[in-house]
Design a protein around this ligand. Structure first.
Ligand SMILES: Nc1ncnc2c1ncn2[C@@H]1O[C@H](COP(=O)(O)OP(=O)(O)OP(=O)(O)O)[C@@H](O)[C@H]1O
Ligand SMILES: [Mg+2]
Length: 310
């Protein structure tokens, strides 16, 4: 395993003058699943298009499998399958022809057994004779994936593969992605569903306003930034945090019968909770109930890309 994709100091300014990417650097390892998260307009599709050699970069350098995407475009592009964000398919073409033609475009000899396998895995084999216009939206998404896989790429980009897709199909897609990973395919996906990143990505990259804010292992990120909250319900209301409890990170809840304790989990330990609970009763407060809540990747993400207060 080594670096499969290397993005070095890439910038992109569109002809309109809009700066879509600014000094983006990113290394993607062979066989990993990286999820790119970012709000609308962050630059995700632009970055993917640059790596795929579809959009020109304004500065910097990108290689895929060691091939420079500008100077060695064909070799780099051959390694890549791209599932675009927009559904762009020939409506009157039949599914089978669509994927065969796609493979042909890469100058590869036909391999119907391979394509049959791809269509079967995507539950499209029964639809092989259908015209694209006869398919549902979710099926069209699968055809896009089949097309992208038609030349057995080593790298697969999925630009919002599950937008507008039902829960069932979303889970199917995750399964397909995991299988591809097991075959050593490197996968980069963008998504607005944070739980999708949480479920399948080895690493998460957060991009906002054309800049990479962080790239980190999904689990490590959740451990590092994962705040927990414990809501302590009391028998009687309080109007202030008792002084004896001042050393804890406590806040009054919306309800005067509630205290909220925020803490960071460390390797599953709940720092100081036993002490806090006994100090609460020592301060004369009577507990009614406690509940804990863990921040999700979603909370972390929202915090990261939150607009700075004006
Ligand atoms: N062809 C283009 N010409 C000019 N500006 C563009 C072009 N394509 C994208 N942009 C602009 O570049 C910025 C980044 O767009 P991009 O499509 O990369 O965002 P994104 O992160 O993929 O967003 P989304 O989540 O909505 O798909 C946006 O401000 C967009 O308006
Ligand atoms: Mg996009």
């Amino acid at each position: 395993m080594g670096t499969m994709i290397s993005v070095e100091s890439v910038a992109k300014t569109y002809d309109s003058g809009l700066v879509a990417l600014n000094d983006v650097s990113l290394q993607i390892e062979e066989g990993e699943i990286l999820a790119l998260l970012g709000p609308n307009g962050a630059g995700k599709t632009t970055l993917i298009s640059i790596i795929c050699g579809i959009t020109n970069l304004s500065a910097g350098r990108v290689t895929v499998g060691g091939h420079d995407v500008v100077h060695d475009y064909r070799a780099a592009r051959r390694m890549i399958g791209l599932v675009p964000q927009e559904i762009a398919l020939e409506p009157f073409e039949r599914v089978w022809n669509t994927v065969r033609l796609s493979r042909g475009l890469f100058g590869l000899p036909s391999d119907d057994a391979y394509l049959q396998d791809v269509l079967q895995k995507l539950s499209l084999w029964d639809k092989r004779g259908a015209q694209v216009l006869e398919l549902s939206g979710g099926m069209k998404r699968r055809v896009l994936i089949a097309k992208a896989l038609s030349h057995a790429p080593r790298v697969l980009f999925l630009d919002e593969p599950t937008a507008g897709v039902d829960v069932e199909l979303r889970k199917d897609m995750w399964e397909i992605v995991r299988e591809l990973k097991a075959q050593g395919v490197t996968i980069i996906l963008t998504t607005h569903y944070i739980e999708e990143a949480e479920a399948i990505a080895d690493r998460v990259g957060v991009i906002n306003r054309g800049e990479i804010l962080l790239v980190e292992e999904t689990q490590a990120l959740m451990r590092r930034m994962g705040q927990k909250e414990m809501v302590i319900e009391l028998q009687a209301p309080v109007d202030a945090i008792p002084e004896a409890l001042g050393k804890y990170n406590l806040a009054l809840g919306d309800d005067p019968c509630r205290l909220v304790y925020s803490y960071v989990t460390q390797a599953g330990r709940r720092p100081g909770i036993t002490a806090l609970l006994s100090d609460i009763s020592a301060a004369g407060l009577v507990l009614r109930d406690v509940q804990t809540r863990q921040s999700s990747l979603e909370d972390i993400f929202v915090d990261l890309v939150r607009e700075p207060a004006a």
